[in-house]
Write a protein that binds this ligand. Structure first.
Ligand code: ATP
Length: 377
């Protein structure tokens, strides 16, 4: 039995999570696995009603569970940044979910905007570092005359004492954001990428960075990549700069198996990945701490424009659920859900509204359950 924290969230979050949950339940029961869902109301609606975001006590409670299954949080009535920072980033940072895993896979039955590319050409993983780089939260913008002691950064960042003093004159204005990588932070994510290659029977790991121009930070990343690769002699490696990567993802996506990349480039290329795999409604994602609690979610947001209309495609949420089962060690149930979802799309009778079809959110869920039932007979 697994205890799963369920956060359906806002907008289409609850609609897609409903389908994911019932498919996970159904497939798990087939395999005598029980899921105990513990539902939490956090998101925009709860915040607007109760003024509560994500209390520390709940975070503590979640630490005793097996995983988190999340829909989406966000609402136009809440200022951008609040929910992201106080719910999503709070979970990610306090549970040290240092891996963002994004399968980029074109399913059969889905058309890629890339002409002539099929499921045979687009099938790789992006492993994005999730805690460092330009996301460490150290930055400011100010004019010289506003200068005061806050603009001297004195921080213990990752055990190192850093002090930078930005002294400006009068009307001069700057904005800065510090990016930072540590050997430890780079080592653990790169190692995970190589281990993932071994686990999935893949033969190559590629690094994506910008070690030519931003050579201090990403030069460190490359050195660590080289060091770690020596521990995996059977896995080959290659190196790409992020600008070249964006071209190759469009022209030669078949070149990639596992791509490991620092936080910011990962942010950018995973959206490109979602586009080439056919759309936002099928892209799933995991925020992983292999030694702790991980969180699984569709990459899309709350999409308030299509809320409560039955138009949301639940496939991303369903596949995020399969990733959750896989990470819990229930690989058989995970692959059953993936295969059945793939079969349903390939058949083409059930086509999501997102792709010009007629199937509503629950009809897509029904179609998958129906196929799962057939497996019983
Ligand atoms: P948020 O602020 O929570 O990120 P958003 O609306 O700005 O929400 P997304 O929800 O990620 O951003 O998506 C942008 C658009 O893509 C939506 O407005 C919606 O039309 C479409 N979309 C997103 N997810 C789905 C889905 N699962 N099925 C169908 N269409 C979707």
């Amino acid at each position: 039995m697994y205890n799963i924290a369920l956060i359906p969230g806002d907008g289409i979050g609850p609609e897609v999570i409903r389908e994911g949950k019932r498919i996970i339940d159904f497939a798990s029961e087939l395999n005598n696995v029980q899921i105990n869902w513990v539902e939490f109301p956090f998101g925009a609606e709860h915040y607007l009603k109760k003024g509560e975001l994500l209390p520390d006590s709940v975070l503590e409670e979640i630490k005793g569970m097996d995983a988190i299954y999340l829909g989406a949080v966000g609402d136009p009535q809440v200022k951008p940044g609040i929910l992201e920072k106080e719910i999503l980033l709070k979970i990610r940072f306090s549970l040290d979910q240092y891996i963002n895993l994004r399968p980029i896979r074109l399913l059969q039955g889905i058309e890629s905007p890339l002409r002539n590319k099929t499921f045979k050409n687009i099938n790789f993983y992006v492993v994005r570092e999730n805690t460092e780089d330009f996301y460490i939260g150290t930055g400011s913008s100010f004019k010289g005359k506003e200068y005061h002691s806050d603009h001297v950064i004195k921080r213990n960042l990752f055990q190192s004492n850093i002090q930078i003093d930005f002294q400006l004159d009068g009307e001069e204005e700057i904005g800065y954001q510090l990016g930072l990588l540590t050997r430890k932070g780079s080592d653990r994510i790169i190692r995970y990428a190589f281990e993932l290659a071994e686990k999935k029977g893949l033969s190559k790991v590629s690094t994506v960075d910008k070690a030519n121009v931003l050579s201090d930070m990403y030069g460190l990343w490359r050195r660590v990549f080289k060091d770690v690769s020596r521990d995996f002699p059977d896995i080959s490696t290659d190196y790409y700069y992020v600008d070249a990567m964006t071209m190759l993802m469009v022209t030669n996506p078949e070149r990639f198996q596992i791509v490991v990349t620092p936080n910011m480039f990962g942010d950018i290329i995973t959206d490109l990945g979602a586009a080439i795999q056919g759309g936002i409604g099928i892209a799933a994602s995991a925020n992983i701490n292999p030694e702790g609690i991980s969180m699984f979610e569709p990459i899309h947001g709350s999409a308030p424009d299509i809320k409560n209309q039955g138009k949301a495609n639940p496939i991303a949420a369903i596949l995020a659920g399969a990733m959750m089962l896989d990470s819990l060690g229930e690989t058989k149930i995970a692959s059953t859900i993936e295969n059945v979802t793939q079969e349903v799309l390939k058949e083409g009778k059930i086509k999501p509204i997102e792709f010009g079809g007629k199937a509503s959110t629950s009809e897509i869920g029904d179609g998958i359950i129906k196929k799962l039932k057939k497996l019983l007979n």
